[in-house]
Design a protein around this ligand. Structure first.
Ligand code: ZN
Length: 316
């Protein structure tokens, strides 16, 4: 399988968010990509400017950061529809996996494709490598996210030209990708949330220390949480359905927690993060991982704190 390491530059309304096109806040103005073979050796390059069709001027910040000029985009850019067709053709015909620095580029790519009424040609679930996340897993604490220039500096990589031009950033991302121990971190694929599971379906991924479940969309948060598949807790080692030691409780607006116990593998902690989809519906991302007795205590405490907070709120 090949890897398509790509990066985008996008423009936004020069008059601020209120004046943005409601279906396209970010208009792609440049695509840069490097194709790597299965050994992560470069075998191809792609770079195109996109002729803007939505915003007639560049936002000053975008101009400042990228150094792009509207005249250049109008003169040398090609319409998005054409660029994306060429890009997708260039990506194949061999099987490939997208790689990018953070999850935003893939979402914006899909949003721009959808904006022009084109069909999103990617499989579901669409798995990709978030190199920023892999970098944090290997060189950081796994949670923090470094900026690309910071990672390039930390790794002492050769100067490929400035940052914030799509092709340069793709090159840097590919070089960082080359520094990742894929024997160890290869299993940590990310899953795209732009195209969610169809109603009644879900995405299930399993990783060395945790499992991940992505639900379909629901009208309300309550419906989401009541759904049996969403609220089930399954042991990550033996797949057994678990008895709950702590039932799901809400924590803030966006989280739910629960603790189950497997007679063979001990405590399993569940977390559901509630998210809003493109269509303004609710979906949940549930992760389950093994937990200790101590974490059980902590979760009990968290639930109590939460109850107290709610009480004091209702008194006000
Ligand atoms: Zn088990």
């Amino acid at each position: 399988m090949n890897y398509i390491v790509f990066d985008l530059e996008w423009n936004q309304s020069p008059e601020g968010k209120e004046r943005s096109d409601r279906y396209l806040q970010f208009e792609i103005v440049e695509i840069g990509a490097v194709k790597l073979d299965q050994n992560r050796k470069p075998i191809g390059e792609f770079r195109r400017l996109v002729k803007p069709q939505v915003y007639e001027e560049l936002h000053f910040k975008i101009q400042e950061v990228t150094g792009l000029e509207m005249e250049l985009l109008l003169r040398e850019g090609q319409p998005f529809e054409q660029v994306i067709r060429e890009f997708l053709e260039w990506c194949g015909p061999e099987e490939y996996r997208f790689c990018s620095w953070g999850p935003m580029d893939l979402t914006e790519l899909e949003r721009n494709i959808a904006y022009y009424g084109m069909e999103i040609p990617f499989e579901r679930p669409l798995l990709y490598y978030d190199i920023q996340k892999l970098y944090s897993l290997e060189y950081g604490d796994g949670k923090s996210r470094a900026a690309l220039d910071q990672a390039v500096c930390e790794q002492d990589l050769a100067d490929e030209g400035g940052f914030h031009r799509a092709f340069n950033d793709a090159l840097y991302t590919a070089e960082i990708f080359g520094k990742i121990d894929m024997e160890r971190f290869g299993p940590y694929v990310s899953v795209d949330y732009y195209q969610l599971p169809e109603s009644g379906k879900s995405y299930r991924l399993s990783f060395p220390e945790y499992s991940k479940f992505v639900s379909a969309e629901f009208e309300t948060k309550e419906e989401l949480i009541k759904n049996k598949e969403v609220s089930d807790l399954v042991c990550i080692k033996c797949r057994r359905m678990l008895r709950k030691k702590i039932r799901w409780f809400s924590y803030g607006q966006r989280f739910y927690f629960a603790m189950g116990i497997c007679p063979e593998h001990g405590y399993m902690k569940g977390k559901i993060r509630v998210k809003k989809s493109e269509r303004e519906l609710y979906y949940g991302v549930k992760t389950v991982k093994a937990a200790s007795e101590e974490e059980l205590e902590l979760l009990v405490q968290k639930r109590e704190d939460n109850k107290r907070k709610r009480k004091s709120l209702s008194k006000k």
